[in-house]
Design a protein around this ligand. Sequence first.
Ligand code: PDD
Length: 287
Amino acid sequence: MSLYDYVLTQDGMITKEALLYPFEERGLQFGDGVYEVIRIYQGTFDLLEEHIDRLFRSAEAIRLEVPFTKNELIASLQELAVRNDVQTDAKLYLQITRGSAPREHSFPDVPANFYAYIEQSKRPVPLLQQGVRAVLADDIRWNLCFIKSLNLLPNILAKQTAKEKGAFEAILHKQGMVTEGSSSNVFIIKDQVLYTHPAADNILHGCVRSRVLTLASKAGLQVEETAFTTDQLLKADEVFITSTTSEIMPVIEIEGKLISSGTPGDNTRFLQRAYEKESGIKVTAFA
Ligand code: PDD
């Protein structure tokens, strides 16, 4: 998948070839920064304000001053999409770090570094149709996972374990209570009730997660923001994970055990369709 040419930085719009980072960059040396991944469907941002709100919440939580307002940032990102003439399905990655300075743990008195770029990105249609496998992994992360921080080592280690076991996602748990996926939120449906972990400090408050809760409530499904155990997960009628790039992804097998006889359940399918409609997706994956 290819990157579009122009990148937005703290110094304005430049080409991707011109983006250089010094060694002494706090994002590189300390993971001292926050990020967002935002979906673009046929050139139009999805859930843009929600992502920008979360970016500002993450930045505030690590005492990082964002050098522009939310509205300025939204306008600049839209300009970036226009400048790149984005017409396809794509995703935007943006990160902001505490800047470049000689390496010292405490905060330097320098301006933040920022960049945002857009990459073509297709919807994972076959997987959305058929569902995916997942494995379980210990959630060894810190307590402030609501911050979308650049420190992702536990997440990538769990994802790599999943990959090596032929699975799409690692579902994380702390002492047997499911928190979220390595890069997704986790939902189960049992006896027509939808459960997901509450939006507490120890999970990321996913933008897709919020949308799913709204869509499910609107459809009359009972919604419980209550943590559940790995045992409840394995015995669920339906399981799905959510994220910006995975949308509503059915999970049909966990640790070798089939969920809903190995096919996406009816409620999951209903929510997938409702999600497409809400996001303004024109070509359905579920014809
Ligand atoms: N990750 N939980 C974690 C740990 C995540 O990394 C993500 C998304 C989510 C879902 O959040 P949202 O619905 O806002 O995408 C939950 C992104 C896609 C990533 O790191 O690439």
